[in-house]
Design a protein around this ligand. Structure first.
Ligand SMILES: C[S@@+](CC[C@H](N)C(=O)[O-])C[C@H]1O[C@@H](n2cnc3c(N)ncnc32)[C@H](O)[C@@H]1O
Length: 260
């Protein structure tokens, strides 16, 4: 790509992202409120193909997690994956720091006692202690959350998950892991100096910038002294791009871990 196009793309992104709230929790809350109210009209970028993707995650859950235990969908967003997990686990708790997301998820997918949703910060140790007190050992499913957190918050989330899973539960995580720098990532999603696909532009305008999360990031957040890596692999997550109802699949990383 010519340098001039890269410069144009970088400046478009800088302008678009100029008004993103400095506090990630404020940004997420406004994002989900905008989706719920329709003031953010584009598709949610990371919900490209929920049905077939859910099948993939549920299958891994059945293969690698104890399905007699409850499962917590950490950072559940609109709750599509929580709903799918209810087909394999006796009880699902979708947890998100955004009250607007939890409200949206509850309205679309809530089934009290079977699929419940809770507003809480998953990086707060009190959250995991409270949940473990209510549920006992539980599994945790984490999709697309670690790559939006700082390394310190990733470690805090993993520490909380250790409390939550106890001796019988496990963590299943799946995160986008696009190699290269931020510019390469934007180009992989179809952005150029000339145009940025609408669902991507909506995310850039409203949300903190994501990173990538692969084996190296997992090893740092889930250190070997505290976690046993059960299995890991590569996959792809479907994004709502281009905005014509088709999907773009981006490289992703998944892993299953249990607490030592
Ligand atoms: C990229 S979205 C993924 C949503 C969902 N897991 C999915 O795959 O559709 C990241 C989600 O993590 C939530 N989140 C961010 N930080 C969080 C935290 N500290 N505790 C709980 N949820 C958090 C956001 O509100 C958002 O819904």
């Amino acid at each position: 790509m010519p340098l001039a196009d890269s410069i144009r793309l970088v400046s478009r992104v800088a302008i678009l992202s100029g008004r993103v709230p400095r506090s990630p929790s404020t940004a997420w809350e406004r994002f989900w409120a905008g989706i719920a109210e329709g003031t953010l009209p584009e598709d949610v970028l990371w919900e490209g193909d929920p049905r077939s993707e859910a099948t993939e995650h549920v299958a891994r859950g059945i293969d690698h997690l104890d399905t007699s235990l409850p499962v917590v969908d950490v950072g559940c967003g609109s709750g599509w994956l929580s709903a799918a997990l209810a087909g394999a686990f006796p009880r699902v708790l979708g947890l998100d720091a955004s009250a607007a997301a939890v409200d949206l998820a509850g309205r679309h997918h809530g089934e009290p006692g079977r699929i419940d949703f809770l507003t809480a910060d998953a990086t707060d140790p009190e959250t995991s202690e409270r949940l473990h007190g209510q549920l006992g050992d539980a599994n945790a499913v984490v999709r697309g959350v670690l790559h939006v957190l700082t390394p310190a918050k990733q470690r805090a989330l993993a520490a909380g998950l250790r409390t939550l899973v106890g001796t019988r539960g496990r963590v299943y995580l799946v995160e986008t892991n696009v190699p290269g720098n931020g510019l390469g990532y934007l180009r992989a999603l179809g952005a150029s100096g000339e145009s940025i696909p609408a669902p991507l532009a909506q995310a850039i305008r409203t949300l903190p910038q994501p990173g990538h999360f692969g084996p190296a990031e997992r090893a740092r957040a889930f250190p070997e002294e505290q976690w046993r890596l059960e299995t890991e692999g590569s996959t792809a997550l479907a994004l709502a791009l281009p905005a014509d109802g088709s999907h773009l699949r981006v490289p992703a990383y998944w892993a299953v871990a249990s607490a030592r």
